[in-house]
Design a protein around this ligand. Structure first.
Ligand code: 6PG
Length: 246
């Protein structure tokens, strides 16, 4: 499928989640192998939500990745305790980390404490700078950034109309709570777009409008602002999510 959004390099549409998961797992294993061979480690920023659960479970159980040199960060987090069912870390812990032998020191959750979302965002920014090195002016470059997409076209915790979409300096932003959701923490577009390999991993007919809008470059949708500045952005979706794109 030829994406009209020139930021998306390739679109892969699958009949079933199992096929999408198998494809993604193969690609991620390849990326991890290249990263480890080239830089001695594999850095991944993973999103939460429900869509990647099967993928993370498979990655953990397959054991194809070099877990001892793999570093797991989170694209975003809800500002809730890690025991809360809404916690992205909790989901990743119960799917990927339950079977993947990633050393504890290689897992980088947000510090969700009572010091508040703003402090938590600053702490995660420090975590990124100390891990990737603060010396360079360029944002940290993840080998893999795995992104979902909301029905409203949000990605990470960057929601339509959010001031965080305009952030050019900060690496991590706190997103205030609203009536419908808890406060959140999120990587900003400069970090996301610096990634070497960006995946949109999207499924379900509820996402069809968002996928159509992103493919058409609708700037109102936060996911349309994702691009790989010096890497590759691909869209993996099932046929339901791709239903409105030719
Ligand atoms: C989160 C995610 C968010 C997610 C989309 C899609 O914290 O919820 O980071 O960006 O990827 O909302 O969520 P589903 O996969 O549950 O549809």
């Amino acid at each position: 499928m030829r994406p009209r959004n020139t930021r998306i390099h390739s679109v892969f549409v699958f009949d079933a989640m199992t096929e999408m998961v198998a494809f993604a797992a193969d690609r991620i294993a390849q990326i991890a192998g290249e990263a480890t061979a080239g830089r001695g480690r594999f850095t991944a920023a993973l999103s939460g939500g429900a869509t990647p659960v099967e993928l993370y479970t498979r990655l953990g159980s397959e054991g194809r990745l070099p877990w001892n040199v793999t570093h797991v960060f989170l694209v975003d987090e809800r500002f809730v305790p890690v025991t809360d069912p809404q916690s992205n870390y909790r989901m990743i812990e119960r799917t990927l980390l339950a079977t993947a032998a990633v050393p504890a020191a290689n897992v980088h959750p947000y510090v969700v404490s009572d010091s508040g979302p703003d402090r938590a965002a600053r702490l995660y920014e420090q975590e990124l700078l100390s891990f990737f090195g603060a010396a360079t002016s360029a944002p940290p470059r993840f080998d893999l950034v795995l992104l979902g997409m909301g029905e409203d076209g949000h990605t990470a915790s960057l929601f339509p109309g959010s001031p965080a979409l305009e952030e050019k300096q900060r690496l991590v932003c706190a997103i205030p709570a609203t009536q419908t959701r808890v406060a959140r923490l999120t990587l900003t577009l400069p970090v996301i777009n610096a990634g070497r390999n960006l995946f949109f991993f999207v499924a379900g007919d509820g996402k069809a409008n968002a996928v159509k809008g992103v493919m058409e470059g609708d700037a109102r949708l936060p996911a349309s602002h994702v691009r790989a500045d010096d890497g590759t952005l691909i869209l993996l979706c099932d046929k339901q999510a791709a239903a409105l794109v030719s």
